[in-house]
Each structure stands twice: as C-alpha cells, then as structure tokens.
Design a protein around this ligand. Sequence first.
Ligand SMILES: Nc1ncnc2c1ncn2[C@@H]1O[C@H](COP(=O)(O)OP(=O)(O)O)[C@@H](O)[C@H]1O
Ligand SMILES: [Mg+2]
Length: 315
Amino acid sequence: MSREVRKTPGATAHLELPSYREQSPAVRERFARLRRRPVLLEVERLCKSFATAQGSVMALRDISFKTHRREFVCVIGPSGCGKSTLIRILAGLENHDSGRVLLDGKAVKGPGPDRGMVFQGYTLFPWLTVKKNVMFGLEMAGRGRLAAEEEAMQWIDLVGLNKFARCYPHQLSGGMKQRVAIARALANQPRILLMDEPFGALDAQTRARMQAYLMEIWSNIDITILFITHDLDEAVFLADRILVLKAHPGEVSELIEVPVPQPRHPEQLLAPEFLATRRHIEKLIHPPAAEPGLNGDQLNMVRMVSVNDEVGSVF
Ligand SMILES: Nc1ncnc2c1ncn2[C@@H]1O[C@H](COP(=O)(O)OP(=O)(O)O)[C@@H](O)[C@H]1O
Ligand SMILES: [Mg+2]
C-alpha cells in the first residue's frame, strides 16, 4: 500500500496522505456498479483544430472516454486546453475534424433536446419571467400552454424558486439565475446535462450552495452530468470521475475515479482521500518541472508553506 509523505515546517510537519488510487470497499463497490450501467456518452478519438491567422491550431487531439448513465463526470484542465471546445462539440454547436461522439449509441449531429446546456454567462431571456423562461423550450417542443406551465412549475419547484416564478432575471441573484438555467435545461428532459463552468462567476459561498443544490438534483433524477470546471475542489467534490486534460494540444491526461464516498458532504473537503485526489490532479495540471528555478520538492514546499498559518505572514 503506497503512502506519500510530505515534510513541511510547523503544524503540518507530517502530512501523510493515502494514494488517490486507494478505495474503500464501499467506494470500490460503487464504481463496480457504475461500470455495469449502460454507456450513455461515448467519445472516440475526437480531434478538432481551428484555422487561425498563424495557421491551424489543434485544440483537441485523440480524446476518448465514456460516461455511464447517471454518472457525474467533471472535466478539468488548464485554460485553453479545449474544455469549452469539447463541450460545444458534444452539444452539437461545433463540428469536429475526426473521431466520433455517440449518445445512446447514436452519432451526435447538431444540437438536440437530448442534451441540456448550462454556461457560465447568464443565458436567460431578460424579457421573460422565470416561469416563461422555463416554459419556453417546452412550448417550442409543442406542449400546450397549460401543460408547459404545469411542468415548468415542477422544475422551478425542484430548484427551490417557486416564490420567484413571476420575477424577471434582473431581479434575481447570480445563484438564482443559474438555478433557473438548470431548471430550464432539465425541463426538456435531456439525457445529459452539459455544464461549462456554470458557477465560475459566483462568489465562494453561493458557489458552495449551488454545488450542494446540483448534487441534490442529480441524486433525485435520472440525469448524467458532464461538468467543466477549473476549480480543483469543485471537481473533486462533485465528480464520480474526473477527466483531466492537458494543453496544446488538449489531450486526455488521466481519467480519475474519485475515492470519496457518495453522497458528498462539505466536511469531506478535508478528508485524506479528498486531499490526495486534489493533490494528484494539481500535479497533473501544474507539473512542478514547468516552473523554472525550483525543483519539484522545493515547489511543493513553497505551496505547503504558503497555506501554512504559522508562516503565512511571510508572504
Ligand atoms: N473559434 C475559434 N477559433 C480559433 N481558435 C479557437 C476557437 N475557439 C477556441 N480556440 C482555441 O482552441 C483552444 C481551446 O480553447 P477552449 O476550448 O476555449 O479552451 P478552455 O475552455 O479549456 O479554456 C485555445 O487555444 C483557443 O484559443
Ligand atoms: Mg472554457
């Protein structure tokens, strides 16, 4: 059984963490069950390049992964590694050069109601109330007004906003707007929810509340979630598995099974398996050798010291 040992000054003299690959029997069993579920989304050797003034830029190279039904997968990677490009291709908003995207075994060609999208920017129609925003897609799909209204109210209720159904987006906080965006995406009953840094513009407290809301919604309905973030804690807190991408060109670095038991609680942010996973991903995204002048151990030391209360004042 491998153990990582880091030595730092002061109170955290021996921060010993298990390997992120270590799984408790309950977690191992959960992943075995997850793997037995049908594959919902299959991405096979996906490549995408963009033509620019400087020539062709390869944004994604040979991306392959599968997500199973009701799985929560986070995608993380440095800025510019192709996360948004990937999710736009999955949404059918962008073409790809080669490879395949299959949803329920069928090739994705263009946008469709089987995929719901939530972006970082608030994408609600500002001239429509909360209820009308959620009804919009339902009416477009051919529901009568009354049926659309009834269904919309159920989704608005699910995200806890029934008292705000008659409000306009400008009357809502950022977190509430994103809850409406989630309700609107879910109202069309997609097979998968594609989320591109949906909580990136929110303050830390609201963000934590939104993560808890999303986990609750996910555990109550049959939905698969692909969630892009650049926040390590968010990825480890939310995901069953994390797809780590590296940049230039965007390639799969690793697909990690998060060894933290479900359902998740905020106290788990300090659990050894949480910290071990977080540390491993941080190393993948910011390899120590990438920063000149310091070797890996020195750099780890700097990182640990900078979060250590005893020496914090030095910085
Ligand atoms: N429409 C575009 N035209 C040219 N280059 C693009 C376009 N969209 C994205 N790119 C490039 O593709 C790479 C990946 O971008 P993006 O998917 O937005 O990354 P991320 O979301 O991970 O920050 C970047 O180098 C970006 O400059
Ligand atoms: Mg992006």
